[in-house]
Design a protein around this ligand. Structure first.
Ligand SMILES: Nc1ncnc2c1ncn2[C@@H]1O[C@H](COP(=O)(O)OP(=O)(O)O)[C@@H](O)[C@H]1O
Ligand SMILES: [Mg+2]
Length: 321
Protein backbone atom coordinates (compact mmCIF):
# COMPACT_ATOMS: atom_id res chain seq x y z
CA UNK A 1 0.00 0.00 0.00
CA UNK A 2 1.07 3.48 -0.78
CA UNK A 3 1.86 4.78 2.74
CA UNK A 4 1.78 8.35 1.54
CA UNK A 5 -1.84 7.98 0.47
CA UNK A 6 -3.08 6.57 3.77
CA UNK A 7 -3.69 10.05 5.08
CA UNK A 8 -6.19 10.92 2.35
CA UNK A 9 -9.85 10.95 3.35
CA UNK A 10 -12.57 11.85 0.84
CA UNK A 11 -16.00 12.98 2.01
CA UNK A 12 -18.58 12.36 -0.73
CA UNK A 13 -22.18 11.33 -0.97
CA UNK A 14 -23.87 12.27 -4.17
CA UNK A 15 -26.47 14.65 -2.85
CA UNK A 16 -26.09 18.34 -2.09
CA UNK A 17 -27.04 19.61 1.34
CA UNK A 18 -26.48 16.33 3.20
CA UNK A 19 -23.62 17.82 5.19
CA UNK A 20 -20.45 16.84 3.33
CA UNK A 21 -18.81 20.19 3.99
CA UNK A 22 -19.94 20.23 7.62
CA UNK A 23 -18.63 16.69 8.10
CA UNK A 24 -15.31 17.71 6.51
CA UNK A 25 -14.89 20.73 8.77
CA UNK A 26 -16.09 19.04 11.92
CA UNK A 27 -13.92 15.96 11.42
CA UNK A 28 -10.98 18.17 10.42
CA UNK A 29 -11.39 20.30 13.53
CA UNK A 30 -11.81 17.24 15.77
CA UNK A 31 -8.63 15.70 14.40
CA UNK A 32 -6.83 19.02 14.82
CA UNK A 33 -8.06 19.23 18.41
CA UNK A 34 -6.50 15.83 19.02
CA UNK A 35 -3.13 17.25 17.96
CA UNK A 36 -3.14 16.12 14.34
CA UNK A 37 -2.08 18.37 11.52
CA UNK A 38 -4.97 18.61 9.08
CA UNK A 39 -5.36 20.12 5.63
CA UNK A 40 -8.91 20.49 4.34
CA UNK A 41 -9.26 20.61 0.59
CA UNK A 42 -12.32 22.15 -0.99
CA UNK A 43 -12.65 19.74 -3.88
CA UNK A 44 -16.11 21.03 -4.77
CA UNK A 45 -14.71 22.55 -7.92
CA UNK A 46 -17.12 25.13 -9.19
CA UNK A 47 -19.25 25.23 -6.02
CA UNK A 48 -16.79 25.92 -3.28
CA UNK A 49 -17.88 27.28 0.09
CA UNK A 50 -15.58 25.74 2.64
CA UNK A 51 -13.59 28.97 3.01
CA UNK A 52 -16.76 30.87 3.93
CA UNK A 53 -17.60 28.25 6.54
CA UNK A 54 -14.18 28.55 8.18
CA UNK A 55 -14.50 32.33 8.19
CA UNK A 56 -12.27 33.29 5.24
CA UNK A 57 -14.13 35.90 3.20
CA UNK A 58 -11.83 36.42 0.26
CA UNK A 59 -9.35 33.61 -0.33
CA UNK A 60 -5.98 34.93 -1.39
CA UNK A 61 -5.18 31.75 -3.27
CA UNK A 62 -7.40 28.95 -4.49
CA UNK A 63 -7.04 25.59 -6.12
CA UNK A 64 -7.65 27.36 -9.45
CA UNK A 65 -4.28 29.11 -9.07
CA UNK A 66 -2.63 25.72 -8.81
CA UNK A 67 -4.66 24.06 -11.56
CA UNK A 68 -3.98 26.95 -13.93
CA UNK A 69 -0.29 26.95 -12.99
CA UNK A 70 -0.29 30.45 -11.49
CA UNK A 71 1.68 28.66 -8.79
CA UNK A 72 3.81 25.58 -9.30
CA UNK A 73 3.59 23.94 -5.90
CA UNK A 74 0.35 23.21 -4.12
CA UNK A 75 1.95 24.17 -0.77
CA UNK A 76 1.65 27.77 -1.98
CA UNK A 77 -2.15 27.70 -1.89
CA UNK A 78 -2.44 26.21 1.62
CA UNK A 79 -3.93 28.80 3.98
CA UNK A 80 -4.22 28.95 7.73
CA UNK A 81 -7.68 28.88 9.32
CA UNK A 82 -8.84 30.19 12.69
CA UNK A 83 -8.58 26.60 13.95
CA UNK A 84 -5.16 25.66 15.26
CA UNK A 85 -3.55 22.75 13.35
CA UNK A 86 -6.15 22.99 10.59
CA UNK A 87 -5.29 24.52 7.23
CA UNK A 88 -7.33 24.87 4.07
CA UNK A 89 -6.92 24.75 0.34
CA UNK A 90 -9.78 26.87 -0.95
CA UNK A 91 -11.87 25.84 -3.89
CA UNK A 92 -12.84 28.17 -6.67
CA UNK A 93 -15.78 29.28 -8.71
CA UNK A 94 -15.96 27.87 -12.16
CA UNK A 95 -15.18 31.06 -14.03
CA UNK A 96 -11.98 29.53 -15.30
CA UNK A 97 -13.54 26.22 -16.26
CA UNK A 98 -11.80 24.25 -13.54
CA UNK A 99 -14.86 22.21 -12.57
CA UNK A 100 -13.80 19.70 -15.21
CA UNK A 101 -10.04 19.63 -15.20
CA UNK A 102 -8.21 17.70 -17.88
CA UNK A 103 -6.66 14.39 -16.89
CA UNK A 104 -3.16 15.81 -16.98
CA UNK A 105 -4.31 18.56 -14.61
CA UNK A 106 -6.00 15.99 -12.37
CA UNK A 107 -2.94 13.77 -12.22
CA UNK A 108 -0.73 16.73 -11.34
CA UNK A 109 -3.20 17.74 -8.64
CA UNK A 110 -3.38 14.21 -7.19
CA UNK A 111 0.41 13.94 -7.14
CA UNK A 112 0.75 17.17 -5.22
CA UNK A 113 -2.11 16.36 -2.85
CA UNK A 114 -0.65 13.09 -1.73
CA UNK A 115 2.69 14.74 -1.03
CA UNK A 116 1.24 17.49 1.16
CA UNK A 117 2.77 17.56 4.60
CA UNK A 118 -0.03 16.75 7.03
CA UNK A 119 -1.29 13.91 9.16
CA UNK A 120 -4.68 14.06 7.49
CA UNK A 121 -5.87 15.50 4.21
CA UNK A 122 -9.64 15.77 4.08
CA UNK A 123 -11.22 16.23 0.65
CA UNK A 124 -14.65 17.83 0.68
CA UNK A 125 -16.33 16.69 -2.53
CA UNK A 126 -19.05 18.33 -4.54
CA UNK A 127 -22.55 16.98 -5.08
CA UNK A 128 -23.44 14.71 -7.95
CA UNK A 129 -21.47 11.94 -9.60
CA UNK A 130 -19.39 13.84 -12.11
CA UNK A 131 -16.24 12.14 -13.36
CA UNK A 132 -14.11 14.63 -11.46
CA UNK A 133 -15.94 14.05 -8.17
CA UNK A 134 -15.75 10.27 -8.56
CA UNK A 135 -12.06 10.48 -9.41
CA UNK A 136 -11.37 12.40 -6.20
CA UNK A 137 -13.35 9.78 -4.29
CA UNK A 138 -11.50 6.88 -5.90
CA UNK A 139 -8.15 8.60 -5.48
CA UNK A 140 -8.50 8.86 -1.70
CA UNK A 141 -7.51 5.72 0.15
CA UNK A 142 -10.25 6.35 2.71
CA UNK A 143 -13.73 7.00 1.41
CA UNK A 144 -16.64 8.28 3.46
CA UNK A 145 -20.12 8.55 1.98
CA UNK A 146 -22.39 10.97 3.86
CA UNK A 147 -26.14 10.51 3.71
CA UNK A 148 -29.20 11.66 5.61
CA UNK A 149 -32.39 9.74 6.43
CA UNK A 150 -34.16 11.29 3.42
CA UNK A 151 -35.08 8.79 0.75
CA UNK A 152 -33.56 10.98 -1.97
CA UNK A 153 -30.28 11.04 -0.12
CA UNK A 154 -30.32 7.25 0.27
CA UNK A 155 -30.89 6.88 -3.48
CA UNK A 156 -28.15 9.36 -4.37
CA UNK A 157 -25.66 7.83 -1.95
CA UNK A 158 -26.21 4.39 -3.45
CA UNK A 159 -26.06 5.81 -6.98
CA UNK A 160 -22.81 7.58 -6.19
CA UNK A 161 -21.24 4.47 -4.68
CA UNK A 162 -22.34 2.30 -7.57
CA UNK A 163 -21.16 4.74 -10.26
CA UNK A 164 -17.81 5.15 -8.48
CA UNK A 165 -17.29 1.41 -8.17
CA UNK A 166 -17.96 0.83 -11.86
CA UNK A 167 -15.76 3.77 -12.83
CA UNK A 168 -13.00 2.25 -10.72
CA UNK A 169 -13.51 -1.10 -12.47
CA UNK A 170 -13.21 0.58 -15.86
CA UNK A 171 -9.79 1.77 -14.72
CA UNK A 172 -8.85 -1.70 -13.43
CA UNK A 173 -9.59 -3.17 -16.85
CA UNK A 174 -8.03 -0.43 -18.92
CA UNK A 175 -6.42 -1.88 -21.98
CA UNK A 176 -8.97 -4.75 -21.92
CA UNK A 177 -11.82 -3.58 -24.15
CA UNK A 178 -13.73 -6.88 -23.79
CA UNK A 179 -13.74 -6.68 -20.00
CA UNK A 180 -14.57 -2.99 -20.06
CA UNK A 181 -17.53 -3.68 -22.27
CA UNK A 182 -18.85 -6.19 -19.73
CA UNK A 183 -18.34 -3.73 -16.87
CA UNK A 184 -20.17 -1.08 -18.85
CA UNK A 185 -23.12 -3.40 -19.41
CA UNK A 186 -23.27 -4.46 -15.76
CA UNK A 187 -23.17 -0.83 -14.66
CA UNK A 188 -26.31 -0.04 -16.59
CA UNK A 189 -28.24 -3.08 -15.33
CA UNK A 190 -31.31 -2.14 -13.36
CA UNK A 191 -31.49 -3.41 -9.79
CA UNK A 192 -34.32 -5.80 -9.16
CA UNK A 193 -34.70 -6.64 -12.83
CA UNK A 194 -31.27 -8.11 -13.00
CA UNK A 195 -30.53 -9.11 -9.47
CA UNK A 196 -27.39 -11.02 -10.32
CA UNK A 197 -25.71 -8.38 -12.45
CA UNK A 198 -22.48 -8.45 -10.45
CA UNK A 199 -22.48 -12.26 -10.39
CA UNK A 200 -23.13 -12.36 -14.11
CA UNK A 201 -20.28 -9.91 -14.58
CA UNK A 202 -17.98 -12.13 -12.53
CA UNK A 203 -18.90 -15.17 -14.60
CA UNK A 204 -18.41 -13.46 -17.91
CA UNK A 205 -15.11 -11.94 -16.80
CA UNK A 206 -13.92 -15.36 -15.67
CA UNK A 207 -14.73 -16.77 -19.09
CA UNK A 208 -12.70 -14.04 -20.71
CA UNK A 209 -9.60 -14.46 -18.56
CA UNK A 210 -9.11 -16.56 -15.45
CA UNK A 211 -7.47 -13.66 -13.57
CA UNK A 212 -10.20 -11.13 -14.21
CA UNK A 213 -12.60 -12.39 -11.57
CA UNK A 214 -10.00 -12.13 -8.83
CA UNK A 215 -8.95 -8.71 -10.12
CA UNK A 216 -12.55 -7.63 -9.69
CA UNK A 217 -12.85 -9.17 -6.22
CA UNK A 218 -9.58 -7.63 -5.06
CA UNK A 219 -10.64 -4.25 -6.30
CA UNK A 220 -14.04 -4.41 -4.61
CA UNK A 221 -12.41 -5.46 -1.34
CA UNK A 222 -9.93 -2.60 -1.57
CA UNK A 223 -12.66 0.03 -1.87
CA UNK A 224 -13.70 -0.12 1.82
CA UNK A 225 -16.31 2.63 1.63
CA UNK A 226 -17.64 3.92 4.95
CA UNK A 227 -21.04 5.50 5.62
CA UNK A 228 -21.97 8.30 8.00
CA UNK A 229 -25.66 9.07 8.50
CA UNK A 230 -25.99 12.77 9.25
CA UNK A 231 -28.88 14.80 10.71
CA UNK A 232 -30.40 11.85 12.52
CA UNK A 233 -33.39 12.79 14.71
CA UNK A 234 -34.26 9.45 16.32
CA UNK A 235 -33.18 5.83 16.59
CA UNK A 236 -35.33 4.76 13.69
CA UNK A 237 -33.50 7.16 11.38
CA UNK A 238 -30.19 5.53 12.23
CA UNK A 239 -31.46 2.44 10.43
CA UNK A 240 -31.23 4.07 6.99
CA UNK A 241 -27.53 3.32 6.93
CA UNK A 242 -28.50 -0.36 6.96
CA UNK A 243 -30.63 0.11 3.84
CA UNK A 244 -27.71 1.43 1.78
CA UNK A 245 -25.40 -1.17 3.23
CA UNK A 246 -27.69 -4.08 2.43
CA UNK A 247 -28.48 -2.84 -1.09
CA UNK A 248 -24.74 -2.41 -1.83
CA UNK A 249 -24.04 -5.86 -0.41
CA UNK A 250 -26.86 -7.52 -2.37
CA UNK A 251 -26.52 -5.82 -5.72
CA UNK A 252 -22.84 -4.94 -5.88
CA UNK A 253 -21.30 -7.48 -3.48
CA UNK A 254 -19.78 -4.41 -1.92
CA UNK A 255 -19.46 -4.35 1.86
CA UNK A 256 -19.84 -0.87 3.39
CA UNK A 257 -18.63 -0.03 6.87
CA UNK A 258 -20.95 1.79 9.26
CA UNK A 259 -18.87 4.72 10.43
CA UNK A 260 -21.47 6.18 12.73
CA UNK A 261 -24.28 8.69 13.06
CA UNK A 262 -24.43 12.40 13.65
CA UNK A 263 -27.54 13.83 15.31
CA UNK A 264 -29.48 16.74 13.91
CA UNK A 265 -28.00 19.65 15.84
CA UNK A 266 -29.99 22.86 16.12
CA UNK A 267 -27.06 24.69 17.70
CA UNK A 268 -24.96 23.84 14.67
CA UNK A 269 -27.63 25.14 12.28
CA UNK A 270 -27.80 28.41 14.19
CA UNK A 271 -24.02 28.67 14.08
CA UNK A 272 -23.47 28.18 10.35
CA UNK A 273 -22.50 31.83 9.93
CA UNK A 274 -20.11 31.63 12.88
CA UNK A 275 -18.46 28.26 12.50
CA UNK A 276 -15.04 29.22 13.94
CA UNK A 277 -16.72 30.32 17.20
CA UNK A 278 -18.88 27.19 17.16
CA UNK A 279 -15.79 25.00 16.69
CA UNK A 280 -14.07 26.74 19.57
CA UNK A 281 -16.91 27.10 22.04
CA UNK A 282 -19.46 24.37 21.41
CA UNK A 283 -17.43 21.21 21.73
CA UNK A 284 -20.28 19.94 23.90
CA UNK A 285 -22.98 20.22 21.23
CA UNK A 286 -24.66 16.99 20.17
CA UNK A 287 -23.01 16.82 16.79
CA UNK A 288 -19.57 17.89 18.08
CA UNK A 289 -19.46 14.88 20.36
CA UNK A 290 -20.36 12.47 17.54
CA UNK A 291 -17.76 14.02 15.26
CA UNK A 292 -15.16 13.72 17.99
CA UNK A 293 -15.93 10.00 18.28
CA UNK A 294 -15.76 9.49 14.52
CA UNK A 295 -12.42 11.35 14.45
CA UNK A 296 -11.26 8.84 17.04
CA UNK A 297 -12.19 6.03 14.63
CA UNK A 298 -10.26 7.77 11.86
CA UNK A 299 -7.16 7.96 14.05
CA UNK A 300 -7.56 4.35 15.13
CA UNK A 301 -8.00 3.14 11.54
CA UNK A 302 -5.07 5.20 10.30
CA UNK A 303 -2.76 3.78 12.90
CA UNK A 304 -3.53 0.19 11.98
CA UNK A 305 -0.82 -1.52 9.98
CA UNK A 306 -1.48 -1.25 6.27
CA UNK A 307 -3.30 -3.94 4.45
CA UNK A 308 -2.50 -4.57 0.85
CA UNK A 309 -4.20 -1.72 -0.88
CA UNK A 310 -4.89 -1.56 -4.42
CA UNK A 311 -2.32 -1.92 -7.04
CA UNK A 312 -5.21 -0.46 -8.99
CA UNK A 313 -4.96 3.05 -7.63
CA UNK A 314 -2.94 4.22 -10.53
CA UNK A 315 -2.77 7.24 -12.73
CA UNK A 316 -5.77 8.07 -14.83
CA UNK A 317 -4.81 7.57 -18.43
CA UNK A 318 -5.57 10.52 -20.62
CA UNK A 319 -7.35 8.38 -23.18
CA UNK A 320 -9.82 6.54 -20.99
CA UNK A 321 -11.92 9.10 -19.22
N1 LIG B 1 -25.63 17.45 11.93
C1 LIG B 1 -26.35 18.48 11.45
N2 LIG B 1 -27.37 18.97 12.17
C2 LIG B 1 -28.12 19.99 11.69
N3 LIG B 1 -27.91 20.59 10.52
C3 LIG B 1 -26.91 20.14 9.75
C4 LIG B 1 -26.06 19.08 10.18
N4 LIG B 1 -25.14 18.88 9.19
C5 LIG B 1 -25.42 19.76 8.21
N5 LIG B 1 -26.47 20.54 8.55
C6 LIG B 1 -27.12 21.60 7.75
O1 LIG B 1 -27.07 21.27 6.40
C7 LIG B 1 -26.59 22.36 5.65
C8 LIG B 1 -25.86 21.85 4.43
O2 LIG B 1 -24.64 21.26 4.84
P1 LIG B 1 -23.37 21.22 3.87
O3 LIG B 1 -22.28 20.62 4.66
O4 LIG B 1 -23.14 22.53 3.25
O5 LIG B 1 -23.91 20.17 2.76
P2 LIG B 1 -23.14 19.65 1.47
O6 LIG B 1 -21.71 20.02 1.59
O7 LIG B 1 -23.36 18.16 1.47
O8 LIG B 1 -23.83 20.29 0.32
C9 LIG B 1 -25.74 23.16 6.62
O9 LIG B 1 -25.68 24.49 6.25
C10 LIG B 1 -26.44 22.95 7.92
O10 LIG B 1 -27.46 23.92 8.05
MG1 LIG C 1 -20.44 21.15 0.33
Amino acid sequence: MDEIKKKLWAIGGGKGGVGKSIVSIMLGASLARQGKKVILVDADLGGSNLHTLVGIKYPLYTLADFINRQVENIEEVVMDTPVENMQLICGADDILGIANPKNTQKNRLFNHLKNLKADYIVLDLGAGASFTTMDFFLFATNKICVLTPQITSIQNAYGFIKASMYRGLMQVFRGEPGAQDMVRRASSAIEGENIDSIDTLKDSLKNLDEHFESDLNTYIESLKIKTIVNMVRNDREKEVGNIVRSVAENYLNLPLENYGYVPYDRILVNSINHMPEFLKNRKDSMSSMSFYEIAGSIIRDSEQPSTSESRFSVKIPASRL
